[in-house]
Design a protein around this ligand. Structure first.
Ligand SMILES: *Cc1c(COP(=O)(O)O)cnc(C)c1O
Length: 404
């Protein structure tokens, strides 16, 4: 008689987006004449840039002739893409990363969920609170998080690092030393980031304590300030303590195309074992490569035309971020984020709970956002709006919120 992985039964239901959908549908049914504006879900809305479309078309045509057809891709990704990544994202920033340290994948969600597999069961993880839910949930599935306390909404064997207005949404070194530290900057959901000096502090902390940092840099393209690192490998010593995860979803609109990569430096070791070798083994055994067509589209992201078009696209979303940030500020809200990330994080007024504010915005402004408490207990009393909508709707949404 088979048995199931009972760790799955420990997962509390992820009610966040389904609860939002239910509430929104119920409201729309009761008020069919209302025009709702959705600034909740973190998906992009702008179409793929012309140079990416061109690369996709070209690659599709190549697949139509035997001479240029491509079957299985190399396990770790095509050379042309890995070289473009190294030049575009690392060498240009003075970070020393080689093409054979890049593992091309189908996105950062999978990588951030799968990476825990190469670590021992009794490693202890640390996460920011609030946090992107994937890091914790995949460790729950692996049986690494102890027991769940529904009252505090925390796991007994997870170290939580609260990120609130009190510490400028920057995690502090935890009292108990973790083995694996998940960091994501610029951050989803808070929209804040830390300086390069602060990140250097985490690299030093990890090296001193024999911890590994899983660094999710999905929002790197949104960095606008000079003192923020675009990659953790700008920090000295990161090659011996950090794995970096990147995505093409937010910088290039690949949410439905699917492409990402992980960087595992060869200097990152546990005793005499290289994590690079473990991840290469894992990747080769369980993954058969991102499609050729998609990797060609990924390379177009690094072309001169692609870079210019995507700079404009990121600028479009960041203009929305400015509209939201300044509009809410004018209306008297306490807001943060939106400068190096497409997320605006606001304090709910008058001590309202995150969900009460959700209902309030839905009913009185017909605007849908995301309750901060859905990302962790320290998100209570906060609310997330995204800059990924179109400009016209964003302006309209902010006017409505101002007029409540
Ligand atoms: C959107 C997002 C990702 C990217 O996921 P993909 O699987 O590459 O689409 C990764 N991490 C965070 C924190 C995100 O918000």
């Amino acid at each position: 008689m088979f048995k199931i992985n009972e760790n799955y039964l420990k997962l509390p239901g992820s009610y966040l987006f389904s609860t939002i959908a239910k509430k929104v549908n119920a409201y729309q049914e009761a008020n069919p004449e209302k025009d709702l504006i959705r600034l909740g879900i973190g998906d992009v809305t702008q179409p793929l840039a012309p140079s990416i479309i061109e690369a996709l078309h070209g690659a599709v045509d190549e697949m139509a002739a035997a001479e240029t057809f491509h079957g299985y891709a190399p396990d770790l990704g095509y050379e042309f893409l890995r070289n473009a990544i190294v030049d575009g994202d690392y060498r240009s920033r003075g970070a020393q990363i080689e093409a054979d340290e890049i593992f091309v994948s189908d996105g950062a969600k999978c990588d951030s969920g799968n990476i825990q597999e190469i670590f021992a069961q009794d490693n202890k993880i640390a996460v920011c609170d609030p946090v992107y839910p994937v890091y914790v949930d995949t460790n729950v599935m692996a049986g690494r998080t102890g027991t769940y306390d529904p009252k505090s909404e925390t796991w007994s064997d997870v170290i939580y690092m609260p990120c609130t207005a009190e510490n400028n949404f920057a995690p502090e070194f935890p009292k108990e030393v973790p083995d694996i530290i998940y960091l994501c900057f610029p951050n989803n959901p808070t929209g804040s980031t830390i300086t390069k000096d602060q990140l250097q502090g985490w690299v030093d902390y990890a090296n001193k304590n024999g911890a590994v940092i899983i660094y999710d840099a999905a929002y790197e393209a949104y960095i606008s300030e000079d003192d923020v690192a675009h990659t953790i490998y700008e920090c000295e010593g990161a090659r011996t303590c950090a794995i970096e995860l990147k995505s093409f979803s937010k910088n290039a609109g690949f949410t439905g195309v699917r492409l990402g990569y992980a960087v595992v430096p060869k200097d990152l070791t546990c005793g005499d074992v290289k994590l690079h070798d473990l991840w290469a083994r894992r990747h080769g055994t369980k993954y058969n490569g991102a499609p050729y067509i998609v990797q060609k589209a990924g390379a177009a992201v690094y072309s001169e035309a692609g870079k210019a078009q995507l700079k404009e696209q990121v600028g479009y979303y960041m203009n929305n971020a400015r509209v939201i940030y300044e509009g809410l500020k004018d209306a008297g809200y306490t807001v943060s984020g939106g400068v190096n990330a497409p997320y605006i994080w606001l304090k709910t007024p008058d001590g309202m709970s995150s969900w009460d504010f959700f209902d309030h915005l839905l009913e009185h402004a017909n605007v849908v956002g995301t309750p901060g408490s859905g990302f962790g207990p320290s998100g209570e009393g906060y609310f997330r709006l995204t800059a990924f909508g179109n400009y016209e709707n964003t302006v309209k949404a902010i006017e409505r919120i101002k007029n409540i």
